[in-house]
Design a binder for this molecule. Sequence first.
Ligand code: PRT
Ligand code: MG
Length: 205
Amino acid sequence: MLTIALSKGRILEQTLPLLKKAGLNISSEELGSRKLVLNTNLDDVKVIILRASDVPVFVQHGTADIGVSGKDVLLEHGGLGLFELLDLKIAKCRLMVAARDESDLNQSTLKIATKYINSTKHYFQSKGRQVEVIKLSGAMELAPIVGLANCIVDLVDTGNTLKANGLTALDHIYDISSRLIVNSASFNTKHNEINRWIARIEENL
Ligand code: PRT
Ligand code: MG
C-alpha cells in the first residue's frame, strides 16, 4: 500500500495531471466527494487530502509515504524525516518582502508580519538586520496598513493581491515551486515501488 498526501487547491489541481500521465487516476466522483481519503484506479494506492502545511508532517511520521509540498512549506517544516526528491516545477511563486514603500524598511528594528517565521528570520539574519517577527496565519497584507508591522513576508504570484492592498514587492527571498517528498523509512522499505513512481513522474515533467 502506498499513501500520497496532497493539499486541496492549486497543488491538487496541478499534481493530478502529473499523476495521470504517470498512470494514477482519481475519478471525478471521488474528487467531488467530501472524502479526505480518496481511492485511485489502483487498489494499492490511495490519496489523502490535507492542509498544505500538514503535508510534510504526515510524510515525516510515515502516515503518508509520498507528498507534494511547496518549498515555502518545506523551509518552515525543516525537512526532518523526509527526503525532497523531485522539483515538480508547479505552483510556482516567489517569497518576497513587501511594504507600502522603500522607506518603510528604514527602521533600526524592522517589524515583520508573516506566516514564514523561519525563512524570514534566516533571510534578515543573513542581511545582519535586527527584526521582530509577528506570526500571522493569513491576511498578512493588512498588517502594514493598520500599523501592526512595517512590512510583510509573503508569497507573490501575479502581484495583484499586494497591489490591491497598496503594497509593493521590494526584496526577493526565494523562488518557490512544489516538491515531491518521501518519508525516509518508506524510501528504504518501499524503495522499488517509490522509485518506479518517481521515474514515471519525472519522465513526464
Ligand atoms: O491550507 P492553506 O490555505 O494554508 O493552503 P492552500 O489551500 O492555499 O494550499 P494549496 O494546495 O493551494 O497550495 C499552497 C501552495 O501553493 C503554497 O504553499 C505555495 O507553495 C503555492 N503557491 C503558489 C501559492 C501561490 N502561488 C500564491 N500566490 N500559495 C499562495 N498564494 C497566495 C499568496 O499567499 C497571496 O495571498 O496568493 C496570493 C498572492 O497571489 P497574487 O497572484 O495576487 O500575487
Ligand atoms: Mg488556499
